[in-house]
Ligand binder design. Structure first.
Ligand SMILES: [Zn+2]
Ligand SMILES: [Zn+2]
Length: 289
């Protein structure tokens, strides 16, 4: 699934068109600023990127760093689809392959094949990856057995579309057409575009820039500014060293809001069996590396 394998299949023009359209909408948002729309964007960003991608797709579904009741898992998975990063089976399988073959032949998005390839390019040539849910399912048999995850993997665009219509309709109802378009631009187009780049930076920047606490077999790094944008996913060298740990920030100054969210779920009695790696200066190399 490396560059050579997928490039022959050509560009996925639908993905290119959708991503381009969202970027145009993101620029248009700048002409419709209000504080209210910024607040709506911030709330939806946290739901999609922190609760959805970081806490659910990544730490819950891919690595099973903790467990929640099924209904909580499903609600969080719907939040993740609001990020336009595909359904759970696509995302989880792609990320499991990344961990298996990090920065080697077959890694879907390694900067060794170019920084832009790792950031965005691999998505545009990922036609086969994106649509072959059955082929991908062998990397996530746990999700492929779950009818809800299979269904949502097929209709992952549905919650995002409904949210867009709600933003447009709600804004229009309360403040006229300009308010509707403004809400759509901020709550959907700009919010999704910023979230995409934040997530993509984990694939590009944190395999290029930052410090390495652990001598892992890959190029992963701890990058503080990617951690700030993603709620803690930037502590990526810690994560490659301890992939199952639900906590990625191992020192007090490595802020990890996505783990705070998991801690909150535990306090509410909704999260259990939370795996937590601790940094041991006497034994800086993780076991098994
Ligand atoms: Zn990585
Ligand atoms: Zn991971």
């Amino acid at each position: 699934m490396g560059r050579t394998a997928t490039a022959g299949e050509g560009l996925n023009w639908l993905t290119v068109a959708v991503v381009a359209f969202f970027h145009i909408g993101a620029v248009a948002a700048l002409f419709f600023f209000t504080w209210q729309r910024l607040a709506v964007m911030a709330i939806l960003y946290v739901l999609a990127i922190n609760v959805g991608i970081g806490m659910c797709y990544h730490r819950l579904l891919t690595h099973r760093g903790y467990y929640v009741p099924k209904w909580v898992e499903y609600v969080m998975t719907v939040c993740a689809t609001l990020s336009l990063e595909g359904g759970p089976i696509f995302w989880v399988s792609t990320h499991r392959v990344h961990h298996q073959l990090s920065d080697q032949e077959g890694d879907p998005h390694t900067p060794r094949e170019g920084a832009w390839w790792a950031h965005t390019g691999w998505i545009f040539f990922g036609a086969a990856l994106h649509s072959q849910t059955e082929a991908l399912a062998r990397y996530s048999p746990d999700l492929a057995r779950d009818r809800f995850h299979v269904w949502l993997s097929k209709y992952h665009w549905l919650p995002l579309t409904v949210s867009g219509l709600a933003l447009l309709g709600g804004g229009w109802y309360f403040g006229g057409w300009q308010s509707g378009v403004g809400m759509l631009c901020w709550g959907l187009f700009l919010r999704v575009t910023l979230g995409l780049h934040a997530t993509w930076l984990v694939n590009s920047a944190t395999h290029l820039w930052g410090s390495r606490r652990f001598e892992t077999r890959d190029d992963s790094r701890n990058n503080w500014w990617v951690a700030l944008l993603t709620g803690g996913e930037g502590w990526h060298n810690n994560h490659h060293a301890h992939p199952v740990s639900a906590r990625h920030g191992l020192k007090w100054y490595e802020i990890d809001p996505n783990f705070w969210g998991i801690w909150l779920l535990a306090r509410l009695g909704l999260a259990r069996r939370i795996q937590v790696a601790k940094y041991d200066p006497a034994n800086p190399k993780p076991a098994g590396m």
